[in-house]
Design a protein around this ligand. Structure first.
Ligand code: CMP
Length: 156
């Protein structure tokens, strides 16, 4: 109760590292068009990830640009937006302990030429641009990217 009789609440916000044990992925237009969706999902599930949300969709250029806005100043931005809006993709939220870091190991280097044997990009990606899958690079971005695609009603 305040001195004037009004009630109030204090909320103390402390900046903490968000640990969600969740990551976000997209199976990109190249892998979808080549019929690798099933194999990639099997690979992901066999690696211990539980699917929390999933949808098949196609991004408009505007939405692809929004998703990858962080790369806006990069020389490949236009190419990236064009490619990501060129065909269907599968978006998913995945759960496992240490989800973000382990998923980045599972998919391999951004450029498949540098990806380790057995990684998803080594197996299915064509080039640095058409690299089969996306994986979030931090817990914070996993949350932002998951929220970009899924409402609370579309995830378990
Ligand atoms: P992704 O993990 O989805 O995040 C950003 C994407 O930009 C990356 O995968 C690549 O597909 C793309 N990208 C990164 N570097 C290049 C590049 N040099 N040329 C084209 N696309 C790139």
């Amino acid at each position: 109760m305040g001195s004037d009789g009004s009630s109030f609440n204090f909320v103390v916000l402390k900046k903490e590292k968000i640990m969600t044990n969740r990551t976000f992925t997209m199976i990109k237009p190249d892998a979808f068009a080549s019929g690798h969706t099933g194999s990639i999902l099997k690979h992901i599930e066999a690696s211990g990830y539980k699917i929390i949300a999933m949808k098949l969709t196609k991004l408009s250029a505007e939405k692809a640009g929004e998703f990858y806005a962080v790369h806006k100043e990069r020389p490949f931005y236009g190419e990236l937006v064009e490619f990501m809006s060129s065909g269907p993709i599968v978006a998913a939220i995945l759960e496992k302990e240490n989800a973000v870091e382990d998923f980045r190991k599972l998919i391999g280097a951004t450029n498949p030429a540098n990806a380790e044997e057995g990684t998803i990009r080594k197996l299915y990606a064509k080039s640095v641009g058409e690299n089969a899958v996306h994986g979030s690079d931090s817990d914070e971005n996993a949350q932002i990217e998951g929220n970009f695609y899924f409402s609370s009603f579309e995830r378990i």
